[in-house]
Design a protein around this ligand. Structure first.
Ligand SMILES: Nc1ncnc2c1ncn2[C@@H]1O[C@H](COP(=O)(O)OP(=O)(O)OP(=O)(O)O)[C@@H](O)[C@H]1O
Ligand SMILES: [Mg+2]
Length: 268
């Protein structure tokens, strides 16, 4: 039987807005089989990024609420990434509409962080929608990859982390790794920043990679290069991928299965 690596059940994520609570994700359910690539497509504002951030435990805007179950399973260990959060959040509803939310933000965030320990960035990694903006402008890209490698405990020595960083830059087909290692994000093109993000995400050998619009904003030939790179690394590393995009052509080329999301719900 196929092994399920991620199962999202009735995920609801909502934020408080001046005129009430808005459900950005409104009861999403899907499964991803180990080793497969699943596409999540939908129009702008349909809730793709919020779904990804909920899985990564990165909903931090107060009071952002995440409900439902996100079950991550690996090597026989099953873990609900949202376990225990409900005890820190009380929701009053009237006619199905959220009326009042009482949330102990400190305890809620502490529990969310505890659930994600050893998972975020290590077992589940993410390539963010805007590669240039998600890199730190004050650090060279090499330092950022190196720090990620050290933080994930993949090696202890700085020199070894540097060697691994250069290997990863080569692996994502950056032609002059030494030069790029010492460059700041603004000195690189969008496509190169995207390659750097891919290197940083995969350096920890995650079992699941969430790629949020990794090719959007890049011109067509660069897009094709990034898709080829993801295909190549996927077959080399066996990584399961949740590939988010509104570009159906790219999704069709890369994925085994597609879920369509509209207004925070999966269409079936
Ligand atoms: N922090 C937040 N606070 C309030 N509302 C938010 C927040 N983040 C996202 N939203 C809202 O949630 C909805 C879904 O946003 P999301 O970013 O997931 O869309 P998306 O499908 O990724 O769109 P795009 O294709 O443009 O990236 C949008 O209406 C957005 O305005
Ligand atoms: Mg998005």
């Amino acid at each position: 039987m196929a092994e399920i690596i991620l199962e999202v059940k009735e995920l609801v994520t909502y934020f408080s807005l001046p005129d009430g609570f808005a459900r950005s994700v409104n009861g999403i359910t899907f499964k991803i089989e180990k080793g497969k690539t699943m596409g999540l497509v939908g129009e702008s504002g349909s809730g793709k990024t919020v779904t990804a951030l909920s899985i990564m435990g990165l909903i931090r805007d107060e009071p952002g609420i995440v409900e439902g179950e996100i079950i991550f399973q690996e090597d026989g260990n099953k873990q609900n990434l949202l376990a225990g959060l409900e005890q820190y959040c009380e929701v009053e509803r009237q006619d199905g509409k959220i009326d009042l939310v009482r949330k102990d933000c400190i305890k809620w965030n502490k529990r969310y962080e505890k659930n994600m320990r050893g998972i975020r960035g290590k077992k589940i990694a993410m390539i963010f929608q805007d590669a240039v903006a998600s890199l730190n402008p004050l650090w060279t890209v090499g330092t950022q990859i190196q720090e990620a490698i050290l933080l994930q405990g993949l090696c202890e020595e700085k020199a070894e982390a540097r060697t691994r960083t250069l290997e990863w830059l080569k692996r994502v087909h950056i032609k002059k790794p030494e030069l790029v290692h010492n460059a700041y994000p603004h000195q690189l093109s969008g496509g190169m920043c995207q390659r750097v993000m891919i290197a940083m995400a995969l350096a920890s050998r995650p079992s699941l990679l969430i790629a949020d619009e990794p090719t959007t904003g890049l011109d067509v030939t660069i897009q094709a290069g990034i898709v080829e790179l993801l295909k190549e690394l996927r077959s080399e590393l066996g990584t399961t991928i949740l590939f988010i995009s509104h570009n159906l052509g790219v999704v069709a080329e890369l994925t085994d299965e597609i879920e369509v999301i509209h207004n925070g719900r999966v269409l079936r």
